[in-house]
Write a protein that binds this ligand. Structure first.
Ligand SMILES: Cc1cc2nc3c(=O)[nH]c(=O)nc-3n(C[C@H](O)[C@H](O)[C@H](O)COP(=O)(O)OP(=O)(O)OC[C@H]3O[C@@H](n4cnc5c(N)ncnc54)[C@H](O)[C@@H]3O)c2cc1C
Length: 498
């Protein structure tokens, strides 16, 4: 019988805290790239992978609430480490548990339990990021299984992961590729399956995690191909939506840390003879941070209820996309707010405020750029409006399963007509508004489940004000585009002095 999860988490938290407070650990991770093996070994002995491994293979059973709690606890101490565990769990172990061949599971999970292996996922290619479905990496059948060829870049743990989930399309004939995407396990300890990093990247943040351009020229055995239920694309949607529903764990721990750092700093720092926290603008920042921590907790609760590997999440893109976009925006805002409050001291490579700004920024880019995903959120809601033949925002919110409870509270500010044929920039704004409204629905659920009502009220008030500000911008009519400036035009201010 594995140790009770709450006891396990307490022990994990204590060990992690000690590790991250250790000066030699800080010296090794603050501004150095990669994570020294000795340190990774110490973390691995805490068996964080076990939460994403089925009980039948020696793990704790892949329970979403446990996975989210572990990520939350980790990101409070270190966002990069939490992302490593997030990649390892949501992008490798969970898809293996759900879609892997039994032989592959037996071989692979054993290595994660006994040798503390790490896994990652390779989707993105130099010419195909947002349009990943058009990837050019291809596979063909071979005597031994499958050969895979192509290039992948920006996969977290490049050159460091022991296992990869490699994505590729089947080669039909010549250079033509089939539309569907397939997933293959590469065990890098086998030279035939080794994925070679050919150019290491100097990533701006997340120093612990190596990124690179990788040359793919591998051959894997037949049982290393994942078995989709309907199609590879549906598998990919299920996998990515579940991964987006793991963002709440990383976000809540991270925002909680930003809040605690901000509270501590503003108590201790005196400016013009007064503690910083006695200034009203500082209180606004602290209150917004606290509100976002409550809302991130609401996301955790929602995700814990729906994101088990037992559930098919391929059709739940609206919820998954809201998790990803709203939380990554909140993370970036929280770090920016902390840096503002800390001032110059925070603008150091080894200060948590400065580090957090660069470490949280790519969450708005990877797993789908927020600009693109917000548009998709709006498109899906507009589909609902078309279906209901209802273009008044309040009434549409009232009939939508994700916003039915919160709609009445927002009636005054959402009484407006929506043009379903709006231009893309308006859809992005609408997506932001809808994402934040949905986050309040889940915050209400948190209240119903017994969360502190004063914290809920603070969260509702703070987010409603931000939704109002977004609605103000949504009403704007500016449609201008970039103007290519001809050489003979007066476009330099110096010319206007003549
Ligand atoms: C730190 C980090 C970690 C990553 N980890 C992984 C990983 O583990 N595995 C993996 O496979 N990949 C990973 N990636 C890659 C990531 O998923 C891609 O960067 C992402 O999908 C965007 O692709 P791209 O960078 O090629 O940008 P592009 O597709 O070139 O897009 C760039 C920008 O153009 C704009 N844009 C694009 N399309 C549209 C549109 N239709 N409408 C309006 N605007 C648009 C958006 O602003 C977008 O941000 C990671 C990236 C980073 C930075």
């Amino acid at each position: 019988m594995p140790e009770n999860f709450n006891d396990y988490l307490k022990g994990y938290q204590k060990s992690l805290k000690q590790l991250f407070q250790d000066q030699s650990f800080q010296d090794n991770t603050d501004h150095k790239r990669g994570i020294p093996s000795s340190i990774m070994d110490q973390i691995s002995t805490l068996s964080p992978s076990s939460v994403s491994i089925p009980e039948s293979f020696g793990g704790r059973g892949s329970h979403p609430s446990e996975i989210l709690s572990l990520l939350e606890c980790t990101s409070y101490e270190s966002l990069p480490l939490s992302l490593i565990l997030g990649i390892n769990g949501a992008l490798f172990l969970e898809p293996l548990a759900k879609y892997g061949h039994e032989t592959a599971k037996e071989e692979t999970f054993k290595k994660f339990i006994e040798n503390h292996s790490l896994g990652g996922l390779m989707i993105t290619e130099p010419d195909h990021g947002t349009d990943a479905l058009a990837m050019k990496t291809s596979w063909q059948k071979s005597d031994r299984g499958y050969t895979i060829e192509g290039q992948k870049h920006w996969a977290g743990l490049s050159g460091r992961a022991d296992y990869w989930l490699m994505t590729a399309r089947e080669k039909k004939s010549g250079t033509e590729l089939k539309r569907d995407i397939d997933f293959f396990i590469c065990d890098t300890s086998d030279p035939r399956q080794y994925v070679k990093p050919v150019e290491e990247f100097s990533n701006l943040g997340l120093y612990m995690i190596p990124y690179a351009l990788n040359q793919v020229d591998v051959e894997v055995p037949s049982h290393h191909r994942l078995v989709p239920v309907k199609s590879g694309i549906r598998l990919m949607q299920d996998l990515l939506h579940r991964s987006r529903m793991r963002f709440p764990g990383m976000a809540s721990g991270f925002i909680h840390r930003m809040l605690d750092e901000a509270v501590k700093h503003t108590q201790e720092r005196f400016v013009s003879g007064k503690a910083l926290n006695s200034y009203d603008q500082v209180q606004k920042r602290l209150s917004d941070l606290q509100a976002d921590y409550t809302i991130a907790s609401a996301f955790c609760r929602h995700s814990a209820g729906i994101s088990s590997i037992e559930n098919d999440l391929s059709g739940r893109s609206l919820e998954a996309n809201i998790h990803k976009t709203v939380l990554s925006d909140m993370m970036q805002n929280a770090s920016q707010s902390l840096l503002q409050l800390v001032g110059a001291k925070g603008y150091k490579l080894n200060h948590i405020a400065g580090r957090s700004v660069v470490d949280s920024r790519p969450f708005q880019i990877f797993e789908g750029s927020n600009d693109v995903i917000y548009q998709q959120v709006a498109d899906q809601f507009i589909k609902h409006m078309n279906l209901m033949k209802e273009f008044d925002l309040y009434r549409a919110l009232n009939t939508h399963p994700l916003t039915g409870k919160i709609a009445d509270r927002l009636r005054k500010i959402t009484n407006l007509s929506i043009n379903p044929n709006m231009i893309q920039r308006k859809k992005v704004e609408l997506g932001k508004i809808l994402g934040r409204i949905t986050s309040l629905e889940w915050t209400l659920d948190l209240e119903i489940a017994g969360y502190d009502p004063s914290l809920i009220k603070q969260a509702l008030d703070s987010m409603t004000e931000r939704i109002q500000a977004l609605l103000g911008s949504f009403h704007g009519m500016n449609q201008s585009s970039y103007i290519p400036v001809a050489l003979n035009r007066t476009a330099a201010w110096q010319d206007t002095l003549l």
